[in-house]
Write a protein that binds this ligand. Structure first.
Ligand SMILES: Cc1cc2nc3c(=O)[nH]c(=O)nc-3n(C[C@H](O)[C@H](O)[C@H](O)COP(=O)(O)OP(=O)(O)OC[C@H]3O[C@@H](n4cnc5c(N)ncnc54)[C@H](O)[C@@H]3O)c2cc1C
Length: 261
């Protein structure tokens, strides 16, 4: 028997939730997380602005990841739209490159499925994998680390199901390098909250930050956060002491056994 097609139109979100409850038999609560509107996100696509501002928390990022992840829009479609929006191809270069990263991680996953959960290489931090904790500490899961910027990021992740790329990098770096937790534990935590959760982009990015799939660990400092986040998260020195140092100081503190930086 051919199953009846699933309805695609609902008067509102409540009707959609009722329908999912009916067909799944699951009476649980729906996630409070909702995606932004796909058409609005496509209309707002500004490739040139993206190239100039994408690293800033209030920069012109696309917020398309959930739609791409769930197959509602293809990478090709976004690339073609980006190229059509600019008069000089170079103005769309940065956005097209980032779309390329997603495709690249997917291809790596297809060729090396075992790299998704196992270290591709050893850590280049002066520590071995055995020096890192297996489980995510409770204070990180609860957004109660006491480092205000990090707690703000974790709260955003849990509330919005979305993080700007820079915030993902900061959080991953804090978990692995400040707290010495295995990247796998952090990756699992992030995946459990992201509406764009994607094994390839997520886990291979965590490995890149950890240095098990890159030549050196990624770290940041408070000055970098202040530059890119402004006042959108709490970046006062008083509330972020562990992050408030130069890169040289942090490298020496976080990686005391590493020979060269
Ligand atoms: C630790 C970590 C975990 C991540 N986990 C995920 C994940 O689970 N799912 C996911 O889709 N992306 C992940 N990313 C990649 C990137 O952060 C998100 O794709 C991006 O922030 C989504 O927001 P956006 O759509 O506004 O991106 P934009 O900056 O507007 O980029 C447009 C699109 O390009 C792609 N893209 C942009 N940057 C990257 C990147 N660095 N790697 C791969 N694709 C990219 C995405 O499809 C994105 O939607 C992760 C990055 C890091 C550092």
């Amino acid at each position: 028997m051919i199953p009846a097609p699933l309805p695609r139109q609902f008067p509102d979100r409540a009707a959609l939730i009722d329908h999912v409850r009916m067909i799944s038999g699951d009476e649980g609560d729906a996630s409070p997380i909702t995606a932004t509107d796909l058409n609005a996100a496509l209309n707002a696509l500004d490739p040139a602005g993206y190239g100039k501002t994408r690293n800033f928390l209030n920069g012109k990022v696309t917020r398309l990841s959930a739609y791409i992840r769930h197959g509602m829009v293809s990478l090709n479609h976004v690339r073609n739209l980006a190229l059509a929006r600019v008069s000089r191809k170079a103005d769309a270069e940065k956005l097209v490159q980032e779309l390329g990263w997603r495709e690249f991680w997917r291809k790596v996953q297809a060729q090396h499925p075992d790299w998704i959960w196992t270290d591709v290489e050893a850590y280049k931090t002066g520590f071995t994998a055995a020096d890192y904790t297996d489980d995510l500490p409770d204070d990180i899961a609860a957004a109660e680390t006491g480092v205000a910027a990090i707690d703000d990021i974790i709260t955003r992740l849990k509330t919005d199901g979305y993080l700007h790329n820079h915030l993902r990098m900061y959080l991953a770096s804090y978990v692995v390098h400040w707290r010495q937790v295995k990247w796998q534990a952090g990756a699992r935590f992030m995946l459990s909250h992201l509406i764009d959760a994607d094994l390839a982009s997520n886990n291979l990015s965590w490995q890149w930050i950890a240095s098990t799939y890159s030549s050196k660990p990624y770290i940041f400092n408070l000055e970098n956060m202040q530059k890119y986040c402004g006042s959108l998260i709490t970046t006062s020195a008083q509330h972020n002491a562990p992050l408030d140092a130069s890169y040289e100081e942090l490298s020496a503190r976080l990686f005391p056994h590493k020979q060269e930086f």
